[in-house]
Design a protein around this ligand. Structure first.
Ligand code: AMP
Length: 602
């Protein structure tokens, strides 16, 4: 059989597809026909019946759609092609795929028909005379019986996932539909397995079919540790970024399905700070070789490749293979992961599997006779731990390997001039170095508006801000529920002698207190601004010296003169509620409704 490694695989252009169809395939970025396509397209173009044993993910939709669309007569308004699928989801998906392959066909109409959709809509759409209908057996039969779908001019019938249709009890409907079609129509039957009843249907209704089987040789790849991640919830790119953060990799190759995807993913990874490069069949040989050379030398660490481009690649430092898109057959999988574990070394293979692709996962396990273990994505704590470790290592390496004399002079000069604590200087430098790669888990972050950000002093640890664009890591924005008075558990209410009359706004208080005390602004609670004073909730158990320090702080030319608020003052403030302002309203995101911090009793 053909594999991507096998040079006998014909190109799409060599298969004899109609020009507009070929154009659509090229636009889709498909580089080379998958094995089932290479084997199915020529006989289907020639009008033969076909019995295909292949599962979802092998590219079987294009395997039947491309040749059958090439044979459609666009001037003929009759229904010429019917695809039967077991579920509404598959019917929609197949219909969308066919629509995309037919994008350059003028006056082409396709209609998905499935149970659950309004009959009225379907009847109206059928009046538009679709040349192709894709549907579930029950509803198709309904329309045939009503006379609203006529199959007397049908040229081709496709039974997609026939074993599923059998399992779901549709096989009788399928047979009835088959009997309604003209004697000379072409039939293509695809099934992942060939149970008896499907085999019988094939024998009865298919005429001298071409047998296409995407079989796999048994391969064992023992030095490679294989894991898979079930694609759920999180976007694949975000999952990949997490993996890149914690995996100890030297060189990595990431497999995607299309040429376009190689370029897109390479750009995205570069934007995230990785040295990545695409390698695909569009690049000329010289450029490909140059890219491979750069990988070997270590000037890039990640290659994003299609199967074709990675043919025979042998790079010793390739420690990881990531199957970002699942391959279409087990052979390709074996070939792909064989790019690592070269020369008896250990290698790591990671496979992304979407829920629809779990069958392919089982097929791969069967073919390789190896269990692929499920992996959990690294948590934000794992990522932070890893970053801390790398940070420490970098520090040691720099101390060991660099000539730091100039910087030592600079820092000791600073230390003397400012009478500063060396640890504090080092911490400030560490902050500067790591601010784009937070060392703390990012999930407890409250985002702060720019203004407040500017007002906050250098002692604040802003390292918790999540990387921009990484929505997964952003905490959900919290709306503050009205809080029971007098104050929250774990918080004390303080009175400060500045208020509306002094043109005080909550953010002035947050900025001043955060700067002076080192209390992170997210731990500053509710603020109530009154005419001549304000109330502010701060974590319980404030150390005396911190209290004294905040007491003396000046805001808008007035000293805070902070004191613990009396219960009366708090009650009074509640009574004057209209003037009460909730801190959270003044900040795009409120502080945590329940501060997690308490001062340690000293
Ligand atoms: P299917 O098995 O038909 O569900 O196809 C699985 C996926 O493979 C779909 O997302 C197709 O767009 C994609 N695909 C099909 N044929 C090719 C090809 N020759 N090259 C790259 N991707 C393909």
């Amino acid at each position: 059989m053909s594999t991507p490694e096998n040079d006998s695989t014909p190109s799409f252009a060599e298969l004899g597809l109609a020009a507009p169809i070929l154009q659509a395939v090229q636009q889709a970025g498909y580089e080379t026909p998958s094995p089932i396509q290479a084997q199915s397209i020529p006989p289907l173009l020639a009008g033969r019946d076909l019995l295909g044993q292949a599962q979802t993910g092998t590219g079987k939709t294009a395997a039947f759609a491309l040749p059958l669309l090439s044979r459609i007569d666009l001037k003929n308004k009759a229904t010429q092609m019917l695809v039967l699928a077991p579920t509404r989801e598959l019917a929609i998906q197949v219909s969308e795929a066919i629509q995309s392959y037919a994008r350059h066909l003028k006056d082409f109409h396709i209609l998905p028909i499935y149970g659950g959709q309004s009959m009225g809509i379907q009847l109206r759409s059928l009046q538009r005379k679709p040349q192709v209908v894709v549907g579930t057996p029950g509803r198709i039969l309904d329309h045939i019986r009503r006379g609203t779908l006529k199959l007397d001019k049908l040229e081709a019938l496709v039974l997609d996932e026939a074993d599923e249709m059998l399992r779901m009890g549709f096989i009788d409907d399928v047979e009835t539909i088959l009997k309604e079609t003209p004697e000379k129509r072409q039939v293509a039957l695809f099934s992942a397995t060939m149970p008896g009843p499907i085999h019988r249907v094939a024998q009865k209704y298919l005429k001298d079919p071409v047998d296409v089987r995407i079989q796999s040789k048994t391969s064992t790849v023992t030095t490679i540790n294989q894991r898979y991640w079930q694609v759920t919830g999180m976007h694949k790119l975000d999952a990949l970024t997490r993996i890149l953060e914690v995996e100890d990799f030297d060189g990595m190759i990431i497999f995607v399905r299309t040429k376009n995807a190689t370029v897109e993913l390479a750009e995205k990874l570069e934007a995230r700070g990785y040295s990545a490069s695409a390698i695909n069949g569009d690049m000329n040989q010289a450029l490909r070789e140059k890219t491979i050379e750069r990988m070997k030398k270590g000037s890039i660490d990640i290659l994003i490749a299609t199967d074709v481009a990675a043919r025979g690649l042998d790079i010793e430092r390739m420690s990881h293979v990531v199957n970002y898109d699942i391959p279409y057959d087990t052979e390709s999988y074996v070939h792909r992961i064989g790019r690592t574990g070269r020369a008896g070394r250990k290698g790591e293979a990671i496979l992304f599997v979407s829920p629809r692709e779990t069958r392919m996962l089982s097929a791969i396990e069967k073919a390789t006779r190896q269990v692929i273990t499920k992996m959990q994505l690294p948590s934000s704590e794992d990522i932070a731990d890893r970053r801390v470790l790398q940070f420490m290592e970098q520090l040691s390496e720099t101390i060991e390997a660099q000539d730091l004399a100039y910087f030592e002079t600079l820092i000791s000069q600073y230390q003397q001039e400012h009478n500063a604590d060396p640890i504090e200087i080092a911490a400030a430098l560490a902050f500067l170095v790591q601010k784009d790669r937070p060392l703390k888990p990012v999930k407890h972050v409250t985002q702060r508006p720019a203004r407040e950000e500017r007002e906050r002093g250098p002692r604040q640890d802003r390292g918790e801000r999540p990387a921009r664009g990484n929505r997964e890591d952003r905490p959900p924005r919290e709306k503050r529920a009205p809080r029971p008075h007098p104050n929250e558990p774990d918080m004390d209410t303080y009175r400060v002698e500045v208020g509306r009359a002094d043109k005080i706004e909550p953010r002035n208080l947050v900025g001043a207190i955060a700067n002076e005390s080192g209390i992170e602004s997210q731990f500053i609670g509710r603020i109530t601004i009154n005419e001549d004073h304000s109330l502010i909730d701060l974590p319980q158990g404030m150390p005396k010296d911190m209290f004294q320090q905040i007491r003396k702080v000046w805001v808008n030319n007035k000293q805070l003169n902070m004191s613990l608020a009396t219960d009366e003052a708090v009650a009074e403030s509640v009574a004057a509620r209209p003037s009460r302002r909730n801190f959270s309203k003044d900040r795009k995101d409120g502080p945590k409704s329940k501060p997690a911090k308490k001062f340690k009793k000293s």
